[in-house]
Design a protein around this ligand. Structure first.
Ligand code: HEC
Length: 429
């Protein structure tokens, strides 16, 4: 009996290993953080995110959101929050809160910008929202899709049942998965990856998602619905790849856009994990500062954070990628730019996602709100890495030219860098 138990345990561990290896985060990154206790106090602390601002505006006398027959408040919310419609991506797996409403014929649309994510299902009585609060991490809301009352975003903590787990780095966070589904969108467990980010190989991505845009000969799991489609994929790779029209699958006119843009998906995958990591790093720092008064025990997490920030383990793009919507243009336009017109939002899409691989979330409110002690540690390490003073193998593969360019872009565009960044910059000229 005991032998059998050991064998089963070994099989289980074996099944877990590949995903554990694929995740390059620090050891213990999936452990839960006591985010609702003591100094972190997630549920009671004041929220200062994009939704509290929008709600304050809506509580004003004159202001309201426009309601449309097809999308309810969606278009108006996207406009108010400056979320481009081109960011639309579509998920058809029954993996989330309103799973009974989601299917390959009524996928759930997600829209996002740097600090808000919106979930919309045609015909659903509510819209779902998650934000990146600078001090708390992900905060969740719903908005009723009817005009009986003035629009009111309601904070929802039951969302944490899924949104605070090992799959969101143990903090209230964002989720992305890739699984095989049957014809109705029901997930085949053990058929995929429960935490997709920029390290996930392209061929493992997008199970349960629609994907539009070009990606040449490299295969992926998008647009594959049911066992047969997956079986055909092994015989004829990409038989549903490189799509630009989803109308054979469902009624695309029920959505604001017609795409599930490949570039938007790739940015979303980078961004959700980056947001979770910022939250995790902040929580760990706050806890250590309150217990010991210093951040010495957080420096290994900071190294792992820097690796993700600088895309060191990013999955290689094997054929050039081209989006189907205007997302790439809309996103790149946001800058900020240095005097040479360079920016961290410039895409590469030939072999990697970005031309200058350092996350644009370094400009975000969430990054800026990290405790000063950890921020100055990160800035020092970043400076040493980018100026080649650092010789750790983790960063050795970033070409010298790329490091130099990132250093110059940051020195010109990131306002709160320590003075030594700018004096070195002047000396180099
Ligand atoms: C049953 C688990 C589950 C519950 C409960 C849940 N979600 Fe999610 N959510 C997911 C998964 C999984 C994803 C990833 C996309 C997908 O597979 O649909 C996701 C993605 C999202 C996204 C996209 C960005 C992000 O933050 O990951 C939003 C927005 C979102 N959920 C809002 C909510 C809100 C609001 C609630 C509560 C009212 C909620 N969710 C409850 C599983 C859940």
């Amino acid at each position: 009996m005991r032998k059998l138990f050991v064998i089963i345990a070994l099989i289980l561990v074996g099944a877990l290993l590949p995903s554990a290896r694929a995740e390059g985060d620090f050891q213990g990154a999936t452990h839960m953080v006591p985010f609702d206790e003591g100094i972190l106090n997630y549920n009671k602390a004041a929220v200062h995110d994009a939704i509290t601002d929008l709600q304050a505006f809506l509580d004003g006398k004159e202001a309201t959101l426009e309601f449309s027959k097809d999308h309810g408040y969606l278009d108006s919310v996207l406009a108010q929050l400056k979320i481009p419609k081109s960011s639309q991506v579509l998920v058809f797996s029954k993996t989330s809160f309103q799973r009974e409403r989601i299917s390959p014929t009524t996928p759930r649309a997600l829209f996002f910008n740097d600090d808000v994510y919106i979930g919309f299902i045609p015909g659903s009585p509510m819209m779902e929202v998650s934000t990146a609060d600078p001090k708390l991490g992900a905060v969740f809301y719903t908005l009723d899709q009817n005009t009986e009352h003035k629009p009111k975003f309601t904070r929802q903590d039951q969302c944490l049942e899924c949104h605070a787990s090992a799959k969101s780095m143990g903090v209230p966070g964002h989720l992305l998965r890739s699984f095989m589904t049957d014809e109705s969108g029901v997930v085949e467990l053990n058929s995929g990856i429960s935490e997709v980010n920029h390290r996930t190989p392209i061929e493992d991505r997008w199970g349960g998602w629609y994907v539009t845009g070009k990606h040449g000969s490299q295969p992926h799991r998008g647009n594959l619905i049911g066992k047969e489609a997956f079986a055909d994929e092994t015989k004829k790779p990409n038989h549903l790849g490189n799509l630009t029209d989803l109308s054979p699958f469902f009624d695309v006119t029920r959505y604001p856009g017609t795409n599930s843009d490949i570039v938007a998906l790739m940015v979303l995958e980078h961004q959700t994990h980056m947001h979770n990591f910022i939250t995790r790093l902040r929580d760990e720092t706050e806890l250590r500062l309150s217990a010991y008064g210093h951040i010495d025990y957080v420096t290994n997490i900071a190294e792992s954070f820097l690796k993700y920030l600088l895309f060191t383990e990013e999955a290689t793009i094997k054929s050039p990628i081209e989006g189907a919507s205007s997302f790439a243009k809309d996103f790149a336009r946001l800058g900020p730019f240095d005097r040479k017109g360079r920016s961290l939002r410039q895409f590469d899409l030939e072999t990697r996602l970005f031309k200058y691989p350092c996350s644009y979330l370094i400009y975000s409110k969430s990054f800026n709100a990290l405790p000063e002690q950890i921020k100055s540690h990160l800035y020092r390490r970043l400076y040493d890495i980018l100026t080649d003073k650092d010789h750790s193998p983790d960063f050795a593969e970033i070409p010298r030219k790329t490091k130099r360019a990132i250093l110059e872009i940051l020195a010109e565009t990131k306002k709160d860098l320590p003075e030594y960044w700018r004096s070195a910059q002047r000396a180099a000229k």
